[in-house]
Design a protein around this ligand. Structure first.
Ligand code: NAD
Ligand code: UDP
Length: 329
């Protein structure tokens, strides 16, 4: 079956990354369908697009099949914050694995190209540093993070099996920690937690001793890489690491956010979550070589923009305004 090649499906379109991707694709003149079950995403993230003539929102859970017309699919539907993906781990696996199978099936039927949002979590608690795409990872398959890590690993497997078995055109980016405006204030990830705590003058919660490292990519840089990857030649299947290789410890990150907000918040140490990776940083040589991409927004600039967003969005928001009812974020 042939399809409308201008039409793009973005699953998880109401989420943090998905909503920025919808903005970019519409700005590029594409017809965009955002599909979402609104579990961690929000209609607010898409409110400014609802009157756009080339934009449509479909409420749907990717764990169930759907038939619609699209020439490109960006499959982003899956909770990404550890607090939220561990809240309903069975649904997380269903979203990842059944979601990928359903979207690959759709791509196969529509002869569409599919980009599957994978993650640095496929490397688990890595013994190779920085992480290259050839590293096979160190994931605990039965721990509390496994619903996400193994779900995403299985989604990668499905992509490559569809590619080998059916010739489906696939793109598999492995996304490292990405942050920016439209993260939910109760998202639970470190950048939004620290900024919200700093702006409210609350204690900043460092898990463990804060020596664990991450490398943070500003969302606009990630979106540029997504589009470059989708437009690349069909042999650019990935996996390709996408992230900003500026590695810092969580203690240093808290210090930067205190400096940038002028906050008087205190740093408090709480328990380190089970299986929390000790270090993480992408080797992005492959993305530089194959996509001609590298991140442009510095951590300081990205944090400034994100702090500006939260300063505006937190006005009038209650502290207890949970993202998912019953979830302790
Ligand atoms: P997010 O939680 O803000 O967005 C995920 C979106 O998917 C939400 O809108 C949510 O409602 C939707 N969703 C979840 N399960 C669904 C289902 N079964 N059916 C339909 N919609 C569903 O997270 P994000 O940071 O925007 O992440 C987007 C994608 O990028 C995810 O696949 C995530 O695994 C991947 N990723 C993100 C990061 C990051 O640092 N932001 C890092 C690695 C990978
Ligand atoms: N973290 C923290 N305080 C918080 C939230 C997270 O110290 O309030 C730590 C967490 O233990 C991890 C790092 O920050 O080591 C990044 O956590 P996040 O949940 O953002 O993403 P992850 O990379 O673990 O998926």
């Amino acid at each position: 079956m042939t399809c409308d090649r201008r039409r793009v499906l973005v699953t998880g379109g109401a989420g943090f990354v998905g909503s920025h991707l919808c903005d970019r694709l519409l700005a590029d003149g594409r017809d965009v369908v955002a599909l979402d079950n609104f579990s961690t995403g929000s209609r607010d993230n898409l409110a400014h697009l609802l009157d756009h003539p080339d934009f449509e929102v479909i409420p749907h859970d990717v764990a169930f099949p759907i038939h619609l017309d699209a020439g490109e699919i960006y499959n982003l539907a899956c909770p990404a914050s550890p607090v939220h993906y561990q809240f309903d781990p069975v649904q997380t696996i269903r979203s990842s694995v059944l979601g990928a199978a359903n979207m690959l099936d759709l791509a196969h039927r529509m002869n569409a190209t599919i980009l599957q949002a994978s993650t640095s979590e496929v490397y688990g608690d890595p013994e190779v540093h920085p992480q290259t795409e050839t590293y096979r990872g160190n994931v605990n398959p039965i721990g509390p993070r496994a619903c996400y890590d193994e779900g995403k690993r299985c989604a990668e497997t499905l992509c490559f099996d569809y590619h080998r078995q059916h010739g489906t055109r696939i793109r598999v980016p492995r996304i490292f920690n990405t942050y920016g405006p439209r993260m939910h204030h109760n998202d639970g990830r470190v950048v939004s937690n620290f900024i919200v705590q700093a702006l409210r003058g609350e204690d900043m919660t460092i898990y463990g001793d804060g020596s664990q490292t991450r490398a943070f990519c500003y969302v606009d840089d990630l979106i540029d890489a997504f589009v470059l990857m989708m437009e690349a030649a069909d042999d650019v299947t990935g996996p390709i690491n996408l992230g900003n290789p500026h590695e810092i410890s969580m203690k240093e990150l808290a210090g930067h956010i205190i400096d940038l907000t002028g906050s008087r918040s205190k740093l408090v140490h709480t328990g380190l979550p089970v299986d929390d990776p000790v270090q993480r940083c992408p080797d992005i040589s492959l993305a530089r070589r194959v996509l001609g991409w590298s991140p442009r927004v510095s951590l300081e600039e990205g944090l400034r923009r994100t702090i500006g967003y939260f300063e505006a969005s937190l006005r009038g928001v209650a502290t207890s305004d949970a993202l998912i009812e019953g979830c302790p974020a």
